[in-house]
Design a binder for this molecule. Structure first.
Ligand SMILES: [Zn+2]
Length: 265
């Protein structure tokens, strides 16, 4: 059953939170890996949102309606059973009253829960979209800045291209740094085998004299997304190096050299 598509009404039931047991297991086993079913589920969620927001405008499918009714009946039965157990010696009208109260409470709780879930789902969707948009805008801005810096460094006749090569026993990789000392600009691009989760790659400018200068963190894959580094103008580089440091980086290199390239100026 895991390999066959979900039944049409199951999407609505799932979106309503009304699918359970084996059906739910089969549904969750199949749908995430099936583009067609994922699309159906997204549509069902939209349907459910519309139901929650404008109940009279959209009529639920009959199967969904009856399944929901069954669920409400089950809630009623459970609530009723509890009420009878707790108060077995009540007078008949009293028992009826508490039963009715329990039914109303259960139905209200169920409706509130479903509405809250829809609202939460909708809020999450909007939040996700907003975050995606923000990230895309930030990336576009950074890309534009990087392109501009890259263009000006590339165009300058006094820029140097330094090739950084992997070190014996270290992770495989290669990178390039385009450096202009006068402008204080370095453009890094390259690729290194991913670092362990608790480690980061950090770029250093090694000056002719003195300690290495922090040139910021670089990702394992910066092949198609160069990193623009702004340094103090006038720094003469003897070399550039990438080291593996504790996640987030260090003020001075502490880890092994991963890539090294000497500047030939
Ligand atoms: Zn499918």
């Amino acid at each position: 059953m895991q390999d066959s598509h979900a039944n049409p009404e199951e999407f609505d039931l799932y979106a309503l939170g009304a699918l359970d047991g084996q059906e739910m297991q089969a549904f969750e086993a199949h749908v995430p890996g099936c583009p067609a079913c994922r699309k159906e589920l997204a549509a069902a969620k939209q349907r459910v949102l519309r139901l929650g927001l404008a109940a009279p405008a959209v009529a639920p499918r009959p199967q969904v309606k009856s399944a929901l009714m069954e669920k409400v009946k089950a809630e009623r039965a459970a609530a009723g059973a509890r009420a009878v157990q707790v108060k077995p010696k009540k007078k008949r009208w009293g028992l009826r009253f508490s039963l009715g109260f329990a039914i109303a409470t259960a139905a209200l709780a169920f409706a509130t829960f479903e509405l809250a879930k829809m609202d939460w789902e909708r809020g999450k969707q909007i939040k996700n979209l907003q975050a995606e948009l923000d990230a895309a805008q930030t990336k576009a801005k950074l890309d534009a800045q990087a392109m501009e810096a890259m263009a000006s460094v590339t165009a300058a006749p006094d820029s140097a291209m330094i090739t950084l090569l992997q070190q014996a026993g270290g992770p495989p990789g290669q990178a390039h740094v385009m450096y202009n000392a006068r402008m204080g600009l370095a453009v890094y691009s390259g690729q290194i085998a991913p670092a362990p989760a608790d480690k980061s790659y950090q770029l250093w400018l090694v000056p002719a004299s003195g300690s290495p200068v922090n040139a910021g963190m670089v990702g394992a894959n910066q092949e198609n997304g160069a990193v623009v580094v702004r340094l103090t103008p006038g720094l003469v580089a003897k070399a550039f190096a990438v080291t593996m440091e504790p996640a987030g980086g260090m003020p001075q290199p502490t880890g092994p050299k991963v890539l090294v390239g000497a500047a030939s100026i």
